[in-house]
Design a protein around this ligand. Structure first.
Ligand SMILES: [Zn+2]
Length: 446
């Protein structure tokens, strides 16, 4: 009774910042309780970015995870409002005021498979509105903050701008589980929407006709593949209908929108070929980290060597969840010409960044830079003297190392996205774009 009164006082004090509360914590230690509460607080960082922001469906981040506008038009409102509703759980005004049961006691005996991170039940153990059970594996995931900080510090493009280095965080799994709760998103019987589920995608095996390889859509790579699926059994594929019910596509979109604010640009890796490369030889040997490749006739076939574990992301077992994944067979990709011009331009810059150069302007001190430059038709790495006299150096692939005799012990690597154009190392020691906006947080102290 005392607890209830305290809760009422708390609710009245925080009515302007309503949040859905967690209840139960069955089987959770104090440490686990703190970790759960910390992840919920951390998820708010993502929710704050997407809750009231209108999705620009023409941009590459939306195209990658939500499909092209040409084929998702009728479902844009639904996707937008599901994201708004889940993001209102923590901050904003929830559409439905209620509490979610969280627990660590593995009530449905699922965690023992050793693969499951967390699972959701609509009704469980006396709770009516949804129950999330956290398995030991979930507690071994990193926090979103730790993952983002590692990325911000990295000077390796392939690490920093790869979504796969951020998706395996407790906050991201938590958001994934939230979307499965029918009450949260207003799915039947609480509203008219369909439940948000997991999809299994299948590829034909090139070696054994008829056999298919199946992967549950979890993580950026597989979510991108699902979003580019052209259902060739239909005249007008409706990828929007799939996306509006695909948990991981909306989860990854929200994560990407947040990472843009943390990294300064969209972490575009891993990139998808939206169509088989036209007029070019098709790859005969699949890359080990691609789940598919194109065969000689342009068919999309399974890469038997692909293992989701090999790209740093676990292979979860969602058979534990209340609704079984729905299968789709990936037999054709949506062609690049079906995407908005904004998307195609951004895609082309990223698919081949070495074709685009930036001019580096040194406005700090005379010094030296290590850069990649073009000599004949070869890219070479070389050290160049770099005067602070207003001249510039042509730099390829958005990276350089700077040092100066005037700034002892100050050597720094800068990276910037190619679409930023010219970059300026200004007298404040930071790299800036042509508009004066600071790029990144690396500073040269002189
Ligand atoms: Zn799921």
């Amino acid at each position: 009774m005392v607890r209830r009164e305290l809760c009422l006082v708390y609710a009245s004090l925080t009515s302007a910042l309503a949040a859905t509360s967690f209840v139960g914590y069955e089987g959770c230690s104090q440490g686990q309780t703190d970790t759960i509460n910390g992840a919920y607080a951390g998820a708010k960082s993502i929710f704050d970015i997407v809750r009231d922001a209108n999705i620009d469906f023409s941009k590459i981040v939306a195209g990658d995870f939500l499909g092209p506008q040409k084929w998702n038009q009728g479902f844009q409102d639904q996707i937008q409002s599901i994201i708004h509703d889940v993001a209102s759980l923590n901050g904003g005004t929830p559409a439905q005021s209620f509490s979610i049961n969280v627990r660590c006691d593995d009530r449905s005996n699922v965690c023992s498979d050793g693969k499951t991170y967390a699972y959701t039940k609509q009704i469980s153990g006396g709770y009516d509105h949804g129950s999330i059970n956290f398995c030991p594996k979930w507690f071994s995931q990193s926090s979103l903050d730790d993952a983002v900080n590692a990325g911000r510090r990295s000077t390796d493009w392939n690490y920093k701008y790869n979504m796969e280095n951020y998706q395996n965080a407790r906050e991201v799994t938590l958001i994934h589980e939230f979307l499965h709760i029918d009450w949260v998103i207003g799915a039947d019987p609480y509203g008219s929407r369909s439940s948000v589920i997991d999809y299994d995608i299948q590829f034909y095996d090139d070696n054994q006709s008829g056999k298919k390889v199946t992967r549950t859509v979890y993580g950026a790579r597989l979510a991108k593949i699902l979003a580019t699926w052209f259902d060739s059994s239909q005249q007008k594929p409706s990828i929007g209908r799939i996306i509006a019910t695909s948990d991981e596509n909306m989860t990854m979109y929200m994560l990407a929108a947040y990472l843009i604010t943390q990294l300064g640009t969209y972490p575009h890796l891993p990139m998808m070929n939206a169509s088989p490369p036209r007029g070019k030889p098709l790859p005969s040997t699949p890359l080990v980290d691609d789940p598919f490749y194109f065969n000689a006739t342009g068919g999309i076939v399974a890469n038997d060597n692909f293992n989701t574990n090999s790209v740093g992301y676990p292979d979860p077992d969602y058979s534990a969840e209340e609704r079984a994944p729905v299968n789709v067979t990936i037999d054709k990709f949506i062609d690049l010409v079906d995407y908005d011009k904004d998307y195609v331009d951004a895609y082309n810059i990223r698919i081949n960044p070495m074709t685009k150069a930036s001019n580096f302007h040194n406005q700090l001190h005379d010094g030296w830079i290590t850069v990649r430059t073009m000599a004949q038709s070869d890219i070479v790495t070389q050290d160049l003297e770099c005067k602070a006299d207003g001249s510039y150096t042509v730099v390829f692939d958005g990276w350089l190392n700077y040092w100066s005799a005037d700034c002892p012990n100050q050597v720094a690597s800068f990276m910037w996205p190619m679409e930023y154009g010219d970059v300026y190392l200004q007298s404040d020691g930071y790299l800036h774009d042509a508009g004066g906006n600071q790029i990144g947080t690396i500073k040269i102290d002189c």
